[in-house]
Design a protein around this ligand. Structure first.
Ligand code: GA4
Length: 333
């Protein structure tokens, strides 16, 4: 194993529009890894992970389930849309009028909930729920490892102070599979909902940050994801089917008292090819309090956020529009 030098985070990155997306090699030496992860979370709130532990077969099994589901008729897919916001959704994002050129499956990762929901999604619910459970278990491990390394990178004494939020059995973590069919500019021939598609919008999923602690994203080989830098520049993210991308969410921004910043991102549709992405949103249990870690609050860095429970934050998120800066509601004046 080659141990990279401290500057290698810059060397091992890809240059896009003069901005480099950090790449974190999980096989690197631990002390460097924690330093690089903390740096990437501060500078971009976003990075690519290579040499991760999620087996290829686990990824492809879930991808196959997604492909099979989205190839069904609109009527069949709608049978999976029972309780908002979970199940199948098409074009509508959240309850306040946000729309995108996509369809999706949104699932709670609790195994009991997956097993119930699978009955409305697949003719072979056991196969479907196994694919979901195996995938979520594997990406959850990656998420925990990253959070433990991030805590070390911040010199927080207890390395589980971030990962414990998502390891808890009552964690409110979600899995989302998004399917973006190709949208030809000036052509409104795609409408899986069989609704009128008069809006020639190429926004698959509008600009937002994720409310949770961490998001682990995997996509097929079709691009479309863009991230916003702290300066508001949109950077296209190359599709890397064998790798994972990690995004800092709002809750991690609060836990680190603003040291890590949640990344604003969006997805544009492709004119020719369908994009499919799978996101694991790592979240705490609903009744857990989110408050800056004591190590992150000093005389020089006073506490920036009021304490709130994850349930309160979710309620705020669902009362606002997708692109709103919901963290502003919890800032200390
Ligand atoms: C963004 C991240 C996740 O996809 C999600 C989304 C949720 C939804 O689609 O139901 C939200 C959105 C997301 C943020 C603000 C609220 C809630 C739509 C919306 C307008 C499942 C989540 O947890 O928050």
């Amino acid at each position: 194993m080659v141990v990279p030098s401290p500057t290698s985070i810059m060397i091992r990155t890809k240059k896009i529009n003069a901005v480099r997306i950090p790449t974190i090699d999980l096989s690197m030496e631990r002390s460097k890894l924690s330093e690089f992860i903390a740096k990437a979370c501060e500078e971009y709130g976003f990075f690519k992970v290579v040499n991760h532990s999620v087996p290829k077969e686990v990824i492809s099994k879930l991808e196959d389930e997604g492909t099979e589901f989205f190839s069904k008729t609109s009527l069949e897919k709608r049978q999976a849309s029972t309780t908002t916001p979970f199940g199948y959704g098409c074009k509508n994002i959240g309850p306040n009028g946000d729309m995108g050129d996509l369809e999706y499956l949104l699932l709670h990762t609790n195994p009991l909930s997956i097993s119930e929901r699978s009955k409305t999604i697949s003719k072979d619910p056991i196969k479907f729920s196994c694919a979901v459970n195996d995938y979520t278990e594997a990406v959850k491990e990656v998420a925990c490892e990253i959070l433990e390394l991030a805590a070390e990178g911040l010199w927080v004494p207890d390395k589980s102070s971030l990962s414990k939020f998502i390891r808890d059995v009552h964690s409110d973590s979600l899995l989302r599979i998004n399917h973006y069919p190709p949208v030809k500019k000036g052509n409104d021939n795609w409408d899986p909902c069989q609704l009128q598609n008069s809006n020639k919008n190429t926004i698959g999923f509008g600009e937002h940050s994720d409310p949770q602690i961490l998001t682990i994203l995997r996509s097929n080989n079709v691009g479309g994801l863009q991230i916003s830098t702290h300066h508001g520049l949109w950077i296209p993210v190359p599709p890397e089917p064998n790798e994972l991308y990690v995004m800092v969410g709002d809750a991690l921004q609060v836990l680190t008292n603003g040291r890590f910043v949640s990344v604003r991102h969006r997805v544009l549709t492709n004119e020719m090819k369908p994009r499919m992405s799978m996101m694991y949103f790592a979240a705490p249990p609903l009744n857990w309090w989110i408050t800056p870690l004591s190590k992150m609050v000093t005389a020089h860095n006073p506490c920036l956020y009021k304490s709130f429970t994850w349930a309160q934050y979710k309620q705020a998120a669902y009362s606002l529009r997708l692109g709103d800066s919901r963290l502003d509601l919890f800032k200390v004046q």
